[in-house]
Ligand binder design. Structure first.
Ligand code: AMP
Ligand code: MG
Length: 415
């Protein structure tokens, strides 16, 4: 029997990080950045307005209200060709290039259009929208000199690091890269994962009515979704409990996948454990891990590919994924640390504990008071409990249950 944290180290000792590859920006979400993203331009590339309003000279708006002559317009993508001189203003829109001669932007809410310098009294006071026809504008309130201008390079200078190597790329990172002029990124190659369910009793959902002794197959749905949520390229497969065909399929999958996640056929069922017979002669070890659920596991190599022979019980296969496969995929993907940090929490109710030598991986969620409570479903065959759980509470063996209020270590689930 091996402790779960020892087995985690054993897994990480044999799993290698993938090489980097160049990928078009749009395909990079969920991948890990292999080289930093550097700005290819200043951000912003030029001084521009943060507001819709008027570009003015601060010296002209010391005494308010004041009427200025409007000498041009600068809109996004269309810089003004005028210069703002004494007692002049240019209409400006958000993101438009700052106008020569002006040093401040007054927001449109603090202005009123005026047809002439004398027309202030004739204007309706609630007329606030900038009027392209208006030759003059009345400034009714002025910001501090230099206000409402986004300065060239204030966010980043050409060559600055925008995103560090090792970052798991989210859509925001891709947007930042795009805004800095990057169209491709160097990312760690995605893990190629085969998910393989084994069992004569399994019927894919949607494939018809259950026959005698059949159940709907669920492990491949869960395991594939978990792997895909980690950015893996995933294929799914099913094999009957026939050692020869399982062996053939495993060798075929090993040719094109780095990881094979099988489920089923690894328990103590002797001649019924198809996986044991299928991998005879390969470097695959059958382990007992000191946890419940997910005690039996196979781990090793089929040719160049790494095989995780996960237990068939649906809850056990999820627990084994979270404890052992997730760190392996993180390491292959270049994510550090490979072992996600455990959470700390407090038991929100009395929690069960196992006597003997097994650490209990209990499905839990946080209640409205912040304490961690069981989501039920103590059988390793019922997915209901773990499906509603947020974390596995790691409960070491002992004679007494865990008292309400006790400190807990938790392994996050699903992410
Ligand atoms: P095994 O490890 O093959 O002995 O399977 C243990 C239990 O898990 C049995 O009740 C199986 O029917 C069930 N099981 C195995 N594989 C799957 C699967 N892919 N989906 C749902 N249940 C499964
Ligand atoms: Mg089976």
């Amino acid at each position: 029997m091996i402790q779960f944290d020892q087995f985690q180290q054993q897994v990480l000792a044999v799993v290698q990080t993938n090489p980097p590859q160049n990928l078009v920006l749009g395909d990079c979400v969920g991948a890990v950045l292999a080289e930093p993203i550097l700005a290819t331009v200043d951000l912003p590339p030029f001084d521009n307005s943060a507001m819709d309003g008027y570009a003015i000279r601060a010296a002209d708006v010391m005494n308010l209200p004041v009427t200025l002559r409007v000498v041009g317009v600068s809109s996004a993508g269309h810089p003004a060709d005028c210069t703002v001189g004494t007692a002049e203003a240019a209409r400006i829109l958000t993101g438009a290039v700052m106008v020569q001669g002006a040093d401040t932007v007054v927001r449109v809410e603090d202005t009123e259009p005026a047809a002439s310098p004398q027309s202030l009294d004739a204007q309706s006071p609630d007329t606030q929208s900038p009027d392209a026809q208006s030759e003059f504008v009345v400034i009714t309130a002025a910001p501090s000199p230099g206000a409402n201008i986004r300065r060239a390079g204030e966010a980043a200078r050409t060559g600055d690091e925008l995103v560090a190597a090792g970052t798991l790329l989210n859509p925001g990172h891709l947007g930042l890269a795009a805004s800095a002029g990057c169209s491709e990124l160097m990312v760690i190659e995605r893990p190629r994962v085969a998910v393989l369910s084994t069992g004569d009793e399994l019927l894919p959902p949607g494939a018809g009515q259950l026959g005698p002794g059949q159940i709907f197959e669920s492990n491949s749905t869960v395991l594939a979704a978990l792997a895909r949520s980690m950015g893996c390229e995933v294929t799914t497969h099913h094999c009957m409990d026939d050692a020869a065909s399982l062996r053939t399929l495993l060798m075929e999958l090993a040719g094109s996948h780095q990881l094979i996640l099988s489920s089923g056929g690894v328990s103590m069922g002797g001649e019924y454990d198809s996986m044991r017979q299928a991998v005879a002669g390969f470097d695959v070890e059958f382990l007992k891990i000191a946890i419940r659920p997910a005690k039996p596991m196979a781990f090793g190599r089929i040719e160049e590919s790494i095989l995780f022979g996960l237990p068939g019980n649906p809850v056990s296969s999820v627990v084994a994924f979270e404890l052992f496969v997730r760190p392996a995929i993180r390491q292959i993907s270049g994510l550090a640390p490979a072992l996600p940090p455990m959470l700390h929490g407090v038991a929100g109710e009395q929690l069960p504990r196992l006597a003997g030598e097994f650490t209990y991986m209990l499905s839990t969620r946080q209640d409205s008071h912040g304490g961690w409570v069981s989501t039920g479903g103590f059988g390793s065959h019922v997915l209901g409990g773990i499906a509603h759980a947020q974390a596995l509470a790691v409960i070491p063996p002992g004679p007494e249950p865990v008292a309400k209020g006790s400190d807990l270590r938790l392994i996050p689930l699903w992410s």
